[in-house]
Write a protein that binds this ligand. Structure first.
Ligand code: BGP
Length: 472
């Protein structure tokens, strides 16, 4: 592995920070997604948060209170030898309603303190500009990304970050898992549907707005500092055909194309033919402004960021009985794979396959910005946590990652496994689905001391980093 390989970890503001109204922060869309029975319908944009009953539990409000534990947490990263930390900025900390002329100084100061602390520990900050959170006011007033106005709100926000952190931050990603817009529209992009709306048309129009916003932010970034590295980020995971029947193979190819849709635009700078044909068949005519296509063409990303948890499979089995879940992408059960307690199939070789697919398609550096195992940890009587299953998952994936680099020639910037410290789960809103090397004393209902402690995997990962992957 290259000497400057960015070993590290990742989190997102809404799953880690808490302090949901501290320091002048406004409400974000993620702050109205409750835990429990309404969660799924709200995330899918099928229920409006305004109609929910009182008294629900909102896990983003406190999360693991990284807002006040930040220095302690960065010290732990430093102790593990992190070279990079991928985190997101909460948009509504910087522009509480999204509409202010000037950014909220307290919000900027919070992230600046955090970045300075990281740099003190020689940890490269990697910023996700938007990780599932839109200022709630922009949803209430404009319908979030359904509305073209979002492009300017987002550009103003991104510019405020680029200007303030110029000279301290080099790596940026415009949107976390941008393809989540199509799968969980409210969680991914603050989109919910009105009666009688053509959902597919709404989603593709909203996608266009995000793609324009991403290209515009890239343009602004390069004007401010040509050395900025701007990346896209998708939820990746190759689709396999369930059999060698050509129809299954074709179906898998088509699913892979669909999943590449956003990065095809962000990396190649134009709408791919299969997407144009799809929209034509659906009767969708994107509303574009003059200059949109040129903006997309001229402002492509520098690197491909992606999350990988699982591969997916498609074929002719009965989807009612043979389906399992995998990072919200339903997939057929692959008989060759084991699954996590949450049904996410575990496929380290799939990571190598995915890396090769992305490398072949885009010929740009890749950055694995999420990977990991969500599991229920047991705290032993002596306080220790023996998470050998997590070590097994990560070491198998790191091994395949190293093969992709050293045997296949994939260009890889870094590896920041997800939830290096336990945080709130995005899909379930629970604490018990833990990913961390660091345990946080907090339960599903928000009870606990918030105390941090090291799991067995902490020292293991520290060694992996210290040996640049040799000890895996
Ligand atoms: C990705 C998201 C993350 C994260 C991760 C794990 O989709 O980008 O925010 O949470 O998946 O998912 P979960 O927390 O549901 O286990």
């Amino acid at each position: 592995m290259r000497k400057d390989f960015l070993w590290g970890g990742a989190t997102a503001a809404n799953q880690a920070e808490g302090g949901y109204l501290s320091g002048g922060k406004g409400l974000g869309t993620v702050d109205v997604i409750p835990q429990g029975e309404y969660r799924s319908a709200v995330m899918q944009g099928l229920r409006n948060y305004k109609e929910l009953p009182e008294g629900l539990f909102y896990p983003s409000h406190e999360a693991i209170d990284m807002y006040t534990h930040i220095k302690e947490d960065i010290a732990l990263m430093g102790e593990m030898g992190f070279k990079a930390y991928r985190f997101s900025v909460a948009w509504s900390r910087i522009f509480p309603t999204g509409e202010e002329e000037q950014p909220n100084e307290e919000g900027l100061a919070f992230y600046e303190m955090m970045i300075d602390e990281l740099l003190k520990h020689h940890i490269e900050p990697v910023i996700t500009i938007c990780h599932f959170d839109v200022p709630l006011n922009l949803y209430n007033k404009y319908g979030s990304w359904k509305n073209r106005k979002m492009v300017d709100f987002y550009a103003k926000y991104a510019k405020a970050l680029f200007e303030r952190f110029n000279g301290k931050v080099r790596y940026w990603m415009t949107f976390n898992e941008i393809n989540m817009l199509l799968h969980l529209p409210f969680m991914g992009a603050g989109i919910s549907f009105d009666e009688g709306e053509n959902k597919t048309a709404v989603l593709y129009q909203s996608a266009h707005h995000e793609l324009i916003a991403s290209a515009l932010a890239t343009k602004i970034a390069k004007e401010i500092n040509p050395d900025f590295q701007i990346g896209c980020m998708i939820a990746a995971g190759q689709y396999y055909a369930q059999t060698s029947h050509p129809n299954d193979v074709l179906a898998a190819n088509q699913k892979n194309q669909d999943n590449f849709f956003f990065i095809d635009v962000q990396s190649r700078g134009e709408y791919p033919a299969y997407a144009l044909k799809f929209m034509e068949r659906e009767g969708i005519e994107l509303e574009m402004q003059d200059g949109d296509l040129e903006l997309l063409r001229k402002n492509t990303v520098d690197y491909i960021g992606f999350s990988y948890y699982s591969s997916r499979m498609i074929g002719t089995l009965n989807p009612d009985t043979d389906v399992t879940s995998g990072n919200v992408f339903p997939t057929l059960r692959n008989p060759h794979l084991q699954a996590s307690e949450w049904g996410w199939q575990i496929d380290p070789v799939g990571l190598r396959i995915t890396m090769n697919a992305l490398h072949d398609r885009y010929q740009k550096p890749l950055f694995i910005v999420e990977n990991g195992l969500g599991a229920n940890d047991t705290v032993e009587a002596d306080g220790s946590i023996k998470d050998d299953y997590r070590i097994a998952y990560l070491s198998a994936h790191i091994n395949e990652m190293i093969k992709a680099v050293e045997l296949d020639g994939v260009d890889l910037i870094g590896y920041t496994p997800w939830g290096w410290i336990d945080i709130v789960s995005a899909s379930s809103g629970e604490m018990k689905k833990r990913y961390g090397f660091v345990y946080v004393d907090l339960d599903n209902d928000g009870n606990g001391t918030f105390e941090r402690s090291k799991k067995k995997s902490f020292d293991w990962y520290k060694q992996v980093i210290a040996t640049n992957g040799e000890s895996v």
